[in-house]
Ligand binder design. Sequence first.
Ligand SMILES: Cc1ncc(COP(=O)(O)O)c(C=O)c1O
Length: 380
Amino acid sequence: MKIGSRVNRGLVRPALASIAPYEAGKSIEEVERELGIARVAKLASNEGPFGPFPIARQVLETQSYDLNRYPDANAYRLRAALAGRLGVEIDQIAHGAGADGLISHLSLALLDPGDEVVFGWPSFASYMLSTLKLGAVPKTVPLRDHRYDLEAMLAQIGPKTKIVYVCNPNNPTGTMNSREELDAYFERVPEHVLTVIDQAYLEYIEEPEYPDAIAEYFKQGKRVAVLRSFSKIYGLAGLRIGYAVASKEICAAIAKVRPAFDVGSAAQEAALASLTGEDAEVELARRRSYNAVSVAELGRILRAFGLETIGPAVANFLFVDLGTDSRPFFEQLLKEGVIVRPLHNFGAPTAIRVTAGTSEEHAVLRQALKVVRPSGHNRG
Ligand SMILES: Cc1ncc(COP(=O)(O)O)c(C=O)c1O
């Protein structure tokens, strides 16, 4: 047999034929290597601009000694801390490799081929990919005024619908749905559906109308799974850790589909320290206010160059619809050392998403925008 010979037709599941793998934002290293640029600002993947919390860094330094051991497969200490803090039972918390890991686990636990999944569009690409991978059927609902249209989503729910995703705030638009809108949704959503409220950016948000889905829906007995992440404000995107709060039955089902040692020990310990460590609350508040200032600055820069941002955007990123294929603009910006996110996989091929960064990163963006314009032609 030849090494690397082709596999038989039919070996790979047909459901995968129409799927392109998740296209991650370009890395700084990639751009430096490919384009030979020394100063690169990555404003592409909605990460926080800072690393782990100082207390998490300290913990990570000691972790390296124990890495010959497998991690706690049940993430007991982290889940116990989360349970105490959130006022839920430990069996109502499922951990995973990022909120993304939980989307994947939930899909695997709930979806059979032909089942339907309702979500707004443009939105987070993983809802689409996780659905298609299992041969389930995505029912996308256009945004209204760039926000999830919960009324229209209700109308898409049928007997085969298993999951409804509410991305709040929505990635890539940054817009949110209010408590009032979600209350009205829960009045009408049928019993057989699991609503997944994705709150990956919750910690950034200060809007009084923004609901805490664990306190206000899960604990009030609504049929929800709430997703949270340590990748954003906590600065742990590289370690991969997030969690879901859901009923015991859903968490038990997730435990059945989760790979045995899904989340490493360093990730568990760093997340725990970020929650409970000394000064963790102070650091959280500091980052939240930094982000508010940073998003405002980013908006001013973009608008100064004629790039209208849509909103109100409440997280750590801004959305700009260029009205024309965004890839040439993305590529031009790359050459100037700025990585933004073209949104073809998110259902918005004419738009870009720009993550708020530090003032230094914004200065690189400002400089680039002096040279590049959205049509892809240089300003000369
Ligand atoms: C809405 C939303 N959900 C989930 C995720 C995945 O986050 P994690 O890094 O926790 O997998 C992201 C990441 O960008 C996101 O924007």
